[in-house]
Design a protein around this ligand. Structure first.
Ligand code: AKB
Length: 313
């Protein structure tokens, strides 16, 4: 049975991932950590600032962890507001997590992102191995992170694994500070107010994925036969690509009075414009059997159903 330490366990992915890992591996085998305390404590939890290397080491050792899932990071739009802080948190936290994994021989996962690509990357069917010259601090962190994880595997034999996540959509925990967050906000506003003002312009395609597929991808990659992995740390994975008017049209099928207009945010629009329209996930499919169950239609049905219950509408 695995013993897993999760950083950033109260974040958008971490909160749902922790629940899933506890379902699979047992509540006491997953130590959730974050910089703030959860509202309700259930299962092992410890406060951890990922820039505190000593505490990260001690918690991992005391828990007798054999796996580190490092999720703590600032997302693209927040990182752009405070690039120096983003560098220190994203890179300092990752370096500490890799070092602890090397010292304690932990299997390691951390996510990269479509943000690791830039304006000179081919925009459509973006290959697994291609030009990566991102123009955001977040992207710089992600490319450096992919390389560091490769380095720790090649140099020290740490079993590092990772994916490039697209925008993730979920009804459970809202995202914070991402460029793709509009694709979550739109469902909340559709249910609560019947209208939404998009900060991303019509025609801007980005890759997306429903959270259950993202969580399953992490579990499947971590369970995959390591000898079959050629791209260990930065597998392109995507479930769908759409632009704002397409998600609005899908919502309208269920809420016919739904209306959307646009007030474009130049900062997040520039980030979105620098990212691919649609990436090629075939290496993940070939090397560890990646698949996504939710497309835009199926995800919209589930999101609206779940949010109506959650928001009491
Ligand atoms: C963001 O928008 O910053 C993230 C991502 C695609 O990495 N959702």
């Amino acid at each position: 049975m695995k013993k897993i330490i999760v950083t950033g366990a109260l974040g958008q992915i971490g909160s749902e991932l922790t629940v899933k890992l506890r379902d699979i591996y047992g509540e006491d085998n997953v130590l959730a950590t974050d910089i703030r305390k959860p509202e309700d404590i259930c299962g092992p939890f410890e406060l951890l600032d990922v820039t505190d290397a000593k505490k990260m080491y001690e918690l991992s050792k005391d828990f007798e962890a054999d796996t580190m899932i490092h999720m703590a990071a600032l997302l693209s739009a927040t990182a752009e507001k405070n690039p120096l802080f983003a560098w220190n948190l994203n890179m300092g936290g990752l370096m500490n997590a890799l070092e602890v994994s090397r010292e304690l021989d932990l299997q390691f996962f951390t996510p990269s992102s479509i943000g690791a690509f830039g304006p000179s990357t081919p925009k459509d069917n973006t290959p697994q191995d291609t030009l990566q010259r991102p123009t955001t601090m977040y992207g710089v962190n992600k490319v450096a992170g992919e390389l560091l994880c490769d380095y720790y595997f090649n140099r020290f034999g740490v079993d590092t694994r990772g994916v490039r996540f697209p925008g993730l959509i979920s009804y459970a925990t809202p995202p914070g500070g991402g460029t793709t967050d509009y694709a979550v906000d739109i469902y909340y506003k559709a249910v609560e107010q019947g209208r939404y003002t998009s900060y991303i312009a019509e025609g801007t395609y980005m890759d997306m994925m429903y959270m259950p597929d993202a969580l399953q991808a992490i579990v499947n990659l971590m369970e995959a036969d390591g000898s079959k992995l050629k791209h260990r740390n930065a597998f392109n994975i995507s479930a769908m690509s759409f632009e704002p008017s397409q998600i609005a049209a899908e919502i309208k099928k269920h809420i016919p009075s739904f209306k959307m207009d646009y007030t474009v945010d130049p900062v997040r629009q520039a980030i979105a414009d620098s990212w691919p329209n649609a990436i090629d996930s075939s290496a993940a499919v070939e090397e560890w059997g990646f698949k996504a169950d939710f497309d835009l239609e199926k995800m919209t049905i589930d999101m609206l159903e779940k949010l109506k219950v959650k928001l009491n509408q």
